[in-house]
Design a protein around this ligand. Structure first.
Ligand code: CP
Length: 307
């Protein structure tokens, strides 16, 4: 597969997504313990260039790179010369001059990856670890891998419900790209009207206002983080009201199929979009998503290096 950069899942075909998921599945045993893959990226240097906070994505990329034998540089934007006014492009170029071969980038600016790619050497590789509200492709891939492990490879028979702040969610956009490309049978979306995009993002999705109706008979419930900063913008009236209308608790989960799985990309607002009993309950696959993140990121690193 010739994929030198991973910017958006919209750039990948169903065959390419499936190939990446198959590769991640094969790598799973190496992802969480001692790896026989340690020679694969020996001599390569990977930098996690994060201009926004992260727990899961940055740590799992670092572990993935280590388990493939790459040198890993964790760039800390809060202690960098960015605070003195250095631009992201200049920052990247300086790190590139130190021998970094691939950048894993998180930024609040939609589309900034393209500027970095344009300014870099042709041989330098880029992976999007979340840009603005646009894309979070490796989260999309790990979500698809988790669904596949629990529900099989045929997405055409599945009903999947996404709930919450879809407007500001790069995770939702990447999940939607992947679900549509993989031919998901029915995609339902549910959330406050002010937090649902009215562009092409939701084309092909069923908008269902009432959460009880949206979750009925569904195979997968994907909860999204309520981005609390949206409350200041007046898009959500109160946490209590949000929880009552869009919070997932045991009563609501009982309306889904008995073997439905519950997903959340993290970080979770416990007691807001999801209760403890559901987040930590038997139908939750949230920690499986996190574990799959390492394998998926190993697969993506191998792919961009053509290894
Ligand atoms: N899911 C996710 O992107 O989590 P982090 O922000 O902790 O990386």
């Amino acid at each position: 597969m010739n994929v030198p950069h991973l910017i958006s899942l919209a750039d990948l075909s169903a065959g390419q997504i499936t190939e990446l998921l198959d590769c991640a599945q094969r790598l799973r045993p190496h992802a969480l313990s001692g790896s026989s893959e340690r020679g694969v990226l020996q001599g390569k240097s990977v930098c996690t260039l994060f201009f926004e906070p992260s727990t899961r994505t940055r740590s799992s990329f670092q572990l993935a790179a280590m388990r493939l034998g790459a040198d890993i540089l964790g760039f800390d934007a809060s202690h960098s010369s960015g605070s003195k006014g250095e631009t992201a492009v200049d920052t990247m170029r300086n790190l590139e001059a130190m021998g970094v071969d691939a950048f894993v980038v998180r930024t609040s600016i939609d589309g900034q990856l393209r500027d970095l790619i344009d300014a870099a050497h042709d041989s330098t590789r880029f992976i999007n670890a979340g840009d603005g509200r646009s894309n979070h492709p490796t989260q999309g891939l790990l979500d698809m891998l988790t669904i596949r492990q629990h529900k099989g490879r045929d997405f055409s028979q599945l009903k999947i419900t996404l709930v919450g702040d879809i407007l500001h969610s790069r995770v939702a956009r990447s999940d939607l790209h992947a679900l549509k490309t993989l031919g998901c049978g029915e995609i339902r979306v549910c959330g406050p009207q002010a937090l649902l995009p009215d562009d092409a993002t939701l084309d092909g999705c069923l908008r269902i206002a009432d959460f009880d109706e949206a979750i009925a008979d569904t195979d997968v419930v994907m909860m999204l983080r309520l981005q609390r900063e949206r409350m200041q913008e007046g898009l959500v009236s109160s946490l209590q009201q949000y929880h009552e209308q869009y919070g997932l608790d045991s009563r609501r989960l009982a309306l889904a199929k008995p073997d439905a799985i519950v997903m959340h990309p993290g970080p979770m607002n416990r007691g807001v979009e999801i209760t403890d009993e559901v987040a930590d309950g038997p139908q939750s696959v949230i920690m499986a998503q996190v574990s799959n993140g390492v394998a998926v990121r190993m697969a993506v690193l191998k792919t961009i290096f053509g290894a």
